[in-house]
Design a protein around this ligand. Structure first.
Ligand SMILES: [Zn+2]
Length: 149
């Protein structure tokens, strides 16, 4: 059987700020992110499986990414844990969905974090091939398994 890649696309709105950045992204602002998730595997050949012919049910892939990324990060404000502690305390008071991460929340670092999260939830016969995270209409970051062996 041929090895096949399947891809699903998600979108979410998220705010962030980049600590110490020398441009306007140091201020709190938001993006409409688009995340493309590509997994690879050999389609199931077991004739008795309801998933025969599928690398993975798109529904199951959707659920993994929705539960662990989209539902968590959509309409969240993501900030670096190294930001001013007083500011973090104040934001916690005034923001329902504040995510403090131990990295600068650039699209590069977000896509790396998302790869780790998705990999930990995929079934054993399926591998994460790549992620593409669009931050603006003209900019995206990609994570590829082959670059990160
Ligand atoms: Zn930004």
């Amino acid at each position: 059987m041929a090895k096949i890649r399947i891809t699903k696309m998600y979108d979410f709105e998220m705010a962030h700020m980049l600590k110490d950045y020398d441009g306007p992204c140091r201020n709190i602002h938001g993006h409409s992110y688009k995340l493309f998730v590509t997994v690879t595997g050999i389609p199931i050949t077991d004739k008795n499986s309801p998933k025969k012919g599928m690398v993975m049910d798109f529904k199951d892939l959707k659920a993994i990414v929705k539960d662990h990324i989209v539902d968590r990060f959509d309409h969240a404000l993501v900030i670096n844990s190294e930001a001013d502690p007083d500011m973090i305390t104040s934001m916690k008071k005034h923001t329902e969905n504040l995510i403090v991460v131990d990295y600068q929340p650039t699209s590069e670092n977000l896509v790396t974090n998302f790869a780790d999260i998705i990999k930990s939830h995929l079934p054993a016969n399926v591998e994460l091939h790549n992620l593409r995270l669009w931050e603006t209409a003209t900019s995206y970051s990609e994570w590829f398994a082959e670059d990160n062996l």
